[in-house]
Write a protein that binds this ligand. Structure first.
Ligand code: NAD
Length: 297
């Protein structure tokens, strides 16, 4: 299978596309995502150094001959930390892995005169391989000097998606901020209602179990990360408030027992999804079959 072939490739390492690159310094390299990327770089034959929160007194020494610096620190510290990277060699590539892109890419362009690229891996540190995962990237400066990096990421199995920082952050308002926030509120609601989780699961169809898993997995992760993502922009808050307003409008239908309006609204959404509604029905059936197989293993 795909997973097995990548796992075995991991054991033997990956092809190195830039063997003459000077050391890669990962700022925040001891963190979750930082250490994943350190491992991938090392498995690909690069020399990797980690610059952790206690290492700034020897930062000059670590950064002096860097061929690439990758920033992977908590979101709320990212721009302050990028601002400390003003003394990199001019040909050094400056990159980051932050979940938001406008602020960090702007900060990198301001502090460094050489090549700059913003990356956003659309996955957490818990994945088994990069196969089928997406990495969004924003060109910053001198793209010709980091094409090898983009190709290296593809060798690890990921698909690249080029996007402007602004469009990225707009998309993330829906894909991340709103979605994580609704999961957060749903979790909060469950905790307050305090049903017996085991009983709920034993009554659940596979799709509800999957939904519950989607919500529950959030709370196995880092609260600070999600607070930072959700509160990273005023657009996020505006979007969440519009959602809240629609929620309220929809409840009016319920109060009025207004099934006609409900059905009309349902039809509008069905229209909006178009052919995707049918595709998603079939796709989710496939996913559920897989989920079912793995829970009965
Ligand atoms: P993390 O907290 O696990 O790692 C951050 C690391 O930065 C820690 O090791 C911390 O000690 C270190 N650090 C803190 N202050 C520092 C300083 N002044 N100098 C150097 N290092 C410092 O967080 P994470 O989940 O790995 O997230 C890191 C970045 O990756 C964030 O920008 C986040 O948006 C992005 N990201 C995370 C995920 C995810 O699911 N975890 C997914 C996509 C992108």
């Amino acid at each position: 299978t795909m997973r097995e072939s990548y796992a075995s490739e991991n054991d033997s390492g990956f092809k190195c596309l830039k063997p003459d690159l000077r050391p890669i310094v990962v700022v925040g390299g001891h963190g979750q995502l930082g250490s994943l990327f350190c491992r991938l770089f090392e498995l690909s034959g690069y020399q990797v150094r980690k610059l952790g929160s206690q290492d700034w007194d020897r930062a000059d020494e670590l950064l002096d001959d860097a061929g690439m610096v990758v920033v992977s620190v908590p979101i709320n510290l990212t721009e302050t930390i990028i601002a400390k990277l003003g003394n990199l060699p001019e040909d050094c590539i400056l990159a980051d892995l932050t979940s938001v892109k406008s602020g960090p890419v702007q900060a990198m362009l301001e502090v460094h005169r050489g090549p700059v690229v913003g990356l956003h891996p659309m996955f957490g540190p818990d994945i088994a391989s990069l196969a089928k995962q997406v990495v969004a990237y924003c060109d910053g400066r001198n793209p010709e000097s980091y094409q090898w990096l983009l190709e290296q990421i593809q060798i690890w199995g990921a698909t690249l998606n080029r996007i402007s920082a602004i469009e990225h952050d707009e998309g993330m308002t829906l894909i991340q901020a709103l979605r994580h926030f609704t999961s957060f509120v749903y979790g909060l609601h469950l905790a307050e209602e305090d049903p017996k989780l085991e009983q709920l699961l034993s009554l659940s169809s596979p799709i509800y179990r999957l939904e519950l898993a989607m919500v529950g997995r959030l709370f196995a992760q880092d609260a600070q990360l999600y607070a930072d993502i959700i509160m990273s922009s005023p657009q996020n808050l505006a979007m969440i408030k519009r959602f809240h307003q629609r929620f309220g409008e929809a409840i009016v239908m319920l109060d009025n027992q207004d099934k006609e309006t409900f059905k009309q609204a349902f039809g509008r959404v069905e229209n909006w999804f178009g052919d995707y509604a049918q595709h998603f029905l079939i796709e989710s059936q496939g996913l559920l079959r897989q989920a079912n197989d793995s829970t009965h293993r």
